[in-house]
Design a protein. Sequence first.
Length: 101
Amino acid sequence: MRKLPAFFYNDSYKHGILLAFVIPLLSAIPIFPLLNGVKAMGWIDPQMSYSKYLLLCCIPNFIAFRQYVKVLQMEKTSKAIFIVSLVEVALLIILSNRSIF
């Protein structure tokens, strides 16, 4: 019996690219309110740029990558998730170091 909807059992590069962009957006929903609460308590520097917080939103991509490689054994989707995730992380690191965003 499948535990996930049929949408997640598609092995294609387009599906992996879509997941690699959607997963960080969905993970930002709980992460940013938690970070704002931690900022209000004074545990985090309030002047830290948002791109450093966005790096936390990319972590679930690597969890999804592992699931597609090990559990579901879908190579095309996992490759697309991994490559797009690396590009996202590299761009966010560049943006956080330049203090643009």
